[in-house]
Every structure is written in C-alpha cells, then in structure tokens.
Design a protein around this ligand. Sequence first.
Ligand SMILES: [Mg+2]
Length: 243
Amino acid sequence: MMGSRGVLSIIFDLDNTLIDTAGAGRTAIQKVCELLKSTHVQESHIRDICERFLRKLLQESFDPSEGKTIDDVRIQHWCEALQETPGTDPDPALASRCYYTWKNTRLQALSLSSEVRALLEELQKNYKLLLLTNGDTQTQREKIEAVRCEGLFSLVVVGGDHPEQKPARSIFTHCFESAGVRPQDCIMVGDSLTTDIQGGVNAGVRATVWINAGSKSLPQDSVTPDYTLPTVLHLKEVLAQLA
Ligand SMILES: [Mg+2]
C-alpha cells in the first residue's frame, strides 16, 4: 500500500487466544468434582460449590500489597464456596485440596498446540512478537512457564506488574517503548473485545484482530475489530492483506 509501511510487530493476548485456558479450566473443575465425590460432601451440592468458586474467581480483585498471595486468595474462594453450601462444614484442609487440584490440573492441561507453536516460530522470523497478558503476575508467569512459550516472544508483559492493565493505553505504551516499535507498526490479536480490541484501538495500533472461537455475534455497544478470525491459525491471511 502506498505511504504505509507493513506490519512489524504482533502483540498477542495469551488466554483463549494462544492457549485454551477455558478448556483447561473445565478439565480442572471436573477433577475437583471427582475429588469432592470422594469426600463427605453431598454429591448434589458439588456442582453448586464449583459454580460458586468460578463466580468468585470471575469477581476476584487481587491486591498483592495486602500481603496475601494469589494462592491464599483462591484457597479462600474454595473455603467460602464450601461454607456457603448448606450442610457443608467449613473445612480449610479440603478447600486447600480443592484449590491445588484445580490449579495443578489447569496448568497441566494448558499447552501451546503444535500448530500454534509452529505459526509463532514462523512469524518470529519476520515480525517482532510481543505477549501482553492481563492478570496477576504469579498466575500468568506460571501459565507462561507451563506452556514454555517465553522464547517465542521479544517481550512478555504481564498486566499485574504494571499500574494499569489492558485496555489502558499506558501498558501498550510500555510495550511499544520496550520493544522499540510504534503503534502503527503493530497489530493486536486477542479474544477479548473489552481488553484486547478496545486496548488496541485506544493505543492506535495499525489493526485489531478478534479471535472469536465461538462465532459469537458482536455485542451492540462493542468496539468493532478490524478483522475477526475463528482461530489465531488464520492470522497469516490478515497479515497478507496488510502487507
Ligand atoms: Mg484472552
């Protein structure tokens, strides 16, 4: 295209963009259900306990300055989930077992598929690849380590290490400056309209790519992504259009 340089850098989200975190989460909950079935907990309450945990996880606010670790906070979620279920005794030891079963199963279930790894290895030859993930530092670092993907990126930025997370402009600016690229050199690829796509728009990237694995329709009040793909594996089609 006249007057515009090609894309130099690709910023990737991690969860549900490069790795199937939601799928690993379902496997992990299944494992906790099996654990709870082997205890005194009434079988009819197990689904409810797990759903309570997942709600707490979704609503979680984590402030490392309060002196607790993310493990402490999430053991507490299981503790409360057990406690809030009628007829279930508060049992801190069981809460801890639930948590570590959930956490370890989820980490073991996470992986970068060979197809995604091959794509990143190929893109790495021509583009500067950046990983920009929201979430607390420990949780996200454990995932990155579990899927052994750090070497594929020029830069890995975890939201929890910074004052603001996606979609804030500041964390994108940090990426651009650290990687030595300009917003217009980059595309942002992610599954979340409110953090990845909105963030990319706020930061003024060349284009945003929404990974919409479930073929969801775009909510009415949503930001509009420049491109929508069913999986990151189609990314080269977008890059060809932008070249
Ligand atoms: Mg995501």
